[in-house]
Design a protein around this ligand. Structure first.
Ligand code: ATP
Length: 547
């Protein structure tokens, strides 16, 4: 059990007795610096979980570290956490629990009234019980990454004083300091329903939920504090009655192995077979690298097993076409790419049934409205900023009323800050963050993502990042940072020469890119600095390279 030293104003809870099972590390950090009253609304995800607990006691909700936890156990633990949080005397066994009446009879003094509860837990049943228990107690869940240093934790907890939200999620910080995004119960239930409908999650699904992004420079980075892992991988599946299996540590070998165990011989399927997988592009890159190292028999078994999953999805950053293509060749799965943001969770998705178009993020999800705004502030059919209106839209940025106000346009559409266009079939193409991926080179506006997608097709390029660097003549120049393949790196080291030169790259690019899009500066790096979501902070890189 790890301990977290909190100053007096934090109430600290630690639970080592959640289940009659080996305890996993788990902390709730409560703060009672709040204003206003939380509504006694009862989150429908909790309701769905509770209902399932009362109708299907023993059905498994979560698997982690070789243990299975039923809906009843999760709910029982959630109540136990709720009791701790409220310091009240709720009955915590599921048999004694009648949620409809209990909730309505909760008296005010027992309600946390919107106190923020920071949840620092491994990907585990404890995390799930912690979120549900927080909501049961009228608190606001603030999932925090395990890797946050203490000062970061304190910043987030101090920052997140609130009125009637259910959840405060912090953005990844790709383009600036992470902002607290306030979601309400109403928005959360809308989102899980949208996802359940669009991707047809059901109680027959089993999700393999790994939470770490390689490389792991800071130890354990979980994506339960981001929408991808929290909504797509956890809340929506739980809402649909699916099983969520946590892999405590991401391992390429472990993922492939888990799939092979799920579908041991061609065509057969075990009871606890994984049916759903969702990851960021880097994860698929790593899985492909792992596949390459297998012998032929293992490759055949792995590919055949992966082929039998129901659905594999990708998102959070642009999925490079070579990765998508190679994945499809091996596993038969055309990855379903979707687009989301902390502020509204998911908005656009390629279809579950129908054509999944490479290089696009599909069309608006059910009940999501979008429009594109040109530079003049009017709607356009061309290139412009994507604006989203959805029942899952966040309420506000925490304690940033000005930023909140500036983020919306008339009609309640949220300005995403992403530049997009729509192709001839109505599929949306993300050209990138307007303030980090859109470069202004000699009067042209260029999408760094488009150039990255092309460079990634070069046989020696393993990863790349394109950004505009200030230039007195052109405004900006196109700079490519490239990580070359291991093989090429080895050969180049032996020959004492760079794995690829700028001239070679330019020559190759000439056939594929307009002249003004061809990089004029090349940097060869061993790896790209990525954040917890596997993204590169281009603003920071630009600052570093321009100084
Ligand atoms: N499929 C996708 N293709 C390309 N970009 C994507 C995709 N899905 C998400 N994104 C990018 O991720 C962004 C949302 O990520 P998130 O909410 O975590 O914030 P961030 O941009 O990483 O961080 P911050 O807002 O703190 O700068 C989107 O605005 C978009 O730029």
């Amino acid at each position: 059990m790890k301990s977290f030293k909190a100053p007096n104003r934090f109430v600290q809870f630690s639970h080592s007795h959640l289940y009659r099972r080996p305890p996993l590390g788990f902390f709730l950090i409560g703060s009672r610096y709040f204003s206003g009253l939380s509504p006694n609304t009862f989150m429908d995800v909790v309701k769905a979980t509770l209902k399932r607990a009362s109708t299907a006691h023993d059905s498994v909700a979560v698997r982690a570290e070789n243990n299975s936890y039923s809906f009843a156990e999760i709910v029982s633990s959630a109540w136990s956490i709720c009791n701790h949080l409220r310091k009240g005397n709720f009955k915590s066994s599921i048999e004694e629990f009648k949620y409809e009446t209990s909730v309505q009879t909760n008296n005010k003094s027992e309600n946390l009234d919107g106190a923020r509860i920071g949840i620092v837990a491994k990907p585990s049943a404890e995390f799930v019980a912690g979120v549900l228990g927080t909501w049961l107690s009228g608190g606001v869940a603030v999932p925090l990454a395990l890797s946050y240093p203490e000062t970061e934790l304190l910043h987030v907890m101090n920052d997140s004083v609130c009125d009637d939200p259910a959840l405060i999620l912090y953005t990844s910080g790709t383009t600036g300091k992470p902002k607290g995004v306030v979601h309400t119960h109403k928005g959360i239930i809308s989102q899980v329903q949208i996802l359940t409908e669009a991707w047809e999650y059901t109680c027959t699904d089993q999700v393999l939920h790994f939470l770490l992004f390689p490389p792991f420079p800071m130890g354990t980075l979980t994506c339960l504090s981001h929408v991808h892992g929290l909504f797509n991988g956890l809340l929506a599946p739980l809402y649909a009655g699916a099983v969520v299996e946590f892999m405590p540590k991401f391992s390429v070998r472990g993922v492939w192995q888990r799939w092979r165990e799920s579908y041991p011989d061609n065509g057969s399927k075990v009871d606890d077979a994984i049916t759903l997988f969702t990851g960021v592009p880097t994860i698929y890159t790593r899985l492909l690298q792992g596949y390459e190292t297998m012998d032929l028999d293992l490759r055949a078994a792995s590919a055949s097993a992966a082929r039998q999953l129901r659905l594999m999805m990708c998102g959070s950053s642009a999925l490079p076409y070579p990765i998508m293509k190679q994945w499809e060749e091996i596993t038969g799965h055309r990855l379903l790419e979707r687009y989301g943001m902390t502020e509204f969770v998911m908005a656009l998705s390629n279809p579950l049934h129908g054509i999944r178009k490479a290089g696009t993020v599909g069309k608006p999800l059910p009940r999501v409205e979008v429009k594109i705004i040109g530079e003049d502030g009017n709607s356009t059919d061309g290139v412009g900023e994507l604006c989203v209106r959805s029942p899952s839209l966040f309420k506000e940025y925490w304690k940033q009323p000005k930023v909140t106000k500036e983020s919306f346009i008339d009609g309640g559409f949220f300005k995403t800050g992403d530049t997009v266009m729509v192709d001839e079939d109505g599929y949306y193409v993300i050209l990138g963050r307007s303030n980090a991926d859109i470069m202004k080179v000699g009067g042209y506006k260029l999408s760094a993502l488009e150039i990255e997608a092309v460079l990634l097709e070069h046989p020696v390029v393993s990863e790349c990042c394109v950004l505009g660097l200030q230039d007195k003549d052109y405004g900006e120049i196109v700079c490519a940072i490239i990580v070359t393949t291991e093989n090429k790196k080895k050969v180049a080291d032996q020959e004492f020469k760079p794995a690829i030169s700028l001239e070679e790259l330019q020559k190759w690019s000439k056939e594929r890119l307009a002249p003004y899009k061809i990089p004029t500066k090349l940097l060869l790096w061993d790896d790209l600095p990525r954040n917890a979501m596997g993204k590169v902070n281009k603003k920071e890189l630009k600052r570093m390279l321009e100084n």
